[in-house]
Each structure stands twice: as structure tokens, then as C-alpha cells.
Design a protein around this ligand. Structure first.
Ligand SMILES: Nc1ncnc2c1ncn2[C@@H]1O[C@H](COP(=O)(O)OP(=O)(O)O)[C@@H](O)[C@H]1O
Ligand SMILES: [Mg+2]
Length: 238
């Protein structure tokens, strides 16, 4: 297996000697895979997600992203670029007054040369289906559109992994469909590894792998064998 993320005996406690929000997880994600993560509130999904791009460092164990240890400071930036995250509340992720500036914001932080920016921004907005809204004010967009701007902001950094932590939880059904469709397309056409944390069981069935978390551990890890028109490469349907 070509692993892009690997967790080895990973635990996380918010307080020293406190309970483990993530408890001895050993798990990996294949490059180009499309995984949904389910689990009750408090089961450790967000804590795990934040360890997968180095936002949190494990209390015990080791997390590697494309072979780079998240605890090794020299990789911090490279890991953040490689693994983008989308959170629940789109309003907290948008900073600028115009959509294009929002997408540019992350690139400026990365030190991307200004001459490269327009092409990257246009590409990212197009991928997210937001090109026609490029010069609008983010606060005038719908929730689904705002999340797609946030996705474009991550995409402009050319990530290989996108981790969505309940990215549709605050959206209406239309917005949820829009955002999920964008992630399906990015996985299928760009080969981006997608980790989709969700509360919605009906979303989870669209993924090829399903992980269920419980009390900081993996309670179930399964591959769906479904015959879906979206996945023409699947040969075996049972
Ligand atoms: N900032 C925090 N401080 C202390 N405990 C926390 C914090 N965030 C989460 N926890 C605890 O860690 C456990 C896992 O939480 P979390 O990773 O947010 O789960 P999920 O995303 O599945 O709802 C829960 O018991 C939660 O109460
Ligand atoms: Mg959470």
C-alpha cells in the first residue's frame, strides 16, 4: 500500500495524565483514497484530524505525512501545504472582503511569488466551482459557496490531502451536496486523498472506505463494495 498518512500507536491527551481523546491508534490512509470517518460526538475525530496535518502533535506515538514526521519541526510547513483542512464553520475560515483575496491569503503566507498567484487562484476557484463568484464578497455567498471558497483557498496551495472536519454540518442540503460533489471530483480527477469526517450517515455511503471511531479508537474500518456509476474503475460489485 502506498501510504500517504500513517499513525503509529498514537494517543492524545488534552491534559497531562488526563483522559485520552485518541487512544493508541494505528491506522493508515492510502494515497488517492476517499475515506469517511464517522463516530459520536467526543469520539476523537477532530483530535485525530488535527494530528494529521501537525496542528496537534501526538502525546504518544508517531504521525507521518508522506513519510515526514509531524513532530519534526523542519517539516511543519511542508506538511501544512500537503494536508489542507476544512472546518465546520465557513465564516471562521474566510478573512478577506473579496473571494479572490481570500484564496490569495494562504498563498501569500506560503511566500508564493505574486506572478504565480493568478493562475493558481483561477485554477483553484474553477476546481471548487466558484470561478463565476471570484469578485464577490464572501459574506454575500451561501454557506455551501463559502465552504467552496475555503476549499479553493486550500486547493491553491496544491495539497495532496484534504481533511474535511464536519465541513457540511452547518449547511443546508443543497450546500452539503455542492461541497461533497466538489470533494468527489477532486478525488476522482486530481487524485487528492480525501478524509471526510461527518455526522451524516447518508454522506458516508458515497465513500470507498468507512472508519467508525469510538472513545478514541477505531471501532470499525470497512471498504464498501458498491456498484456506483461514479467509480467506473471498480470491477467487482457485490
Ligand atoms: N480543547 C479541549 N480540551 C479538553 N478536552 C477536549 C478538547 N477538545 C476535545 N476534548 C475532549 O476530547 C475528546 C475527543 O473530542 P473530539 O476529538 O473533539 O471528538 P469528535 O470530533 O469526535 O467530536 C472528547 O472527550 C472531548 O471532550
Ligand atoms: Mg469534531
Amino acid at each position: 500500500m502506498d501510504e500517504i498518512i500513517r499513525l503509529e500507536k498514537v494517543s492524545y491527551a488534552y491534559e497531562e495524565d488526563g483522559p485520552r481523546a485518541v487512544d493508541g491508534l494505528t491506522l493508515s490512509f492510502e494515497r488517492g483514497s476517499f475515506t469517511a470517518v464517522l463516530g459520536h460526538n467526543g469520539s476523537g475525530k477532530s483530535t485525530m484530524a488535527k494530528m494529521m496535518n501537525g496542528l496537534f502533535l501526538p502525546t504518544e506515538g508517531r504521525v507521518t505525512v508522506d513519510g515526514m514526521d509531524t513532530a519534526d519541526e523542519k517539516y511543519t510547513w511542508e506538511i501544512r501545504k500537503k494536508a489542507g483542512m476544512i472546518f465546520q464553520n465557513p465564516d471562521n475560515q474566510l478573512v478577506a472582503t473579496v473571494v479572490t483575496d481570500d484564496v490569495a491569503f494562504g498563498l501569500e503566507n506560503l511566500g508564493v511569488p505574486p506572478a504565480e498567484m493568478p493562475e493558481r487562484i483561477n485554477w483553484a476557484l474553477k476546481q471548487a466551482g466558484m470561478a463565476e463568484h471570484a469578485f464577490k464578497a464572501p459574506h454575500l455567498l451561501s454557506g455551501g459557496q463559502k465552504q467552496r471558497v475555503a476549499i479553493a483557498g486550500v486547493l491553491a496551495m496544491r495539497p495532496e490531502i484534504i481533511i474535511c472536519d464536519e465541513a457540511t454540518a452547518m449547511l443546508d442540503p443543497q450546500g452539503r451536496r455542492e461541497v461533497l460533489s466538489v470533494m468527489e471530483k477532486l478525488n476522482r480527477e486530481q487524485g487528492i486523498t480525501v478524509i471526510w469526517i461527518t455526522h451524516f450517515m447518508e454522506e458516508a455511503v458515497r465513500f470507498s472506505r468507512l472508519l467508525v471511531m469510538d472513545r478514541g479508537r477505531v471501532a470499525m474500518d470497512g471498504t464498501l463494495r458498491r456498484c456506483s456509476p461514479m467509480r467506473k474503475s471498480w470491477k467487482r460489485c457485490t
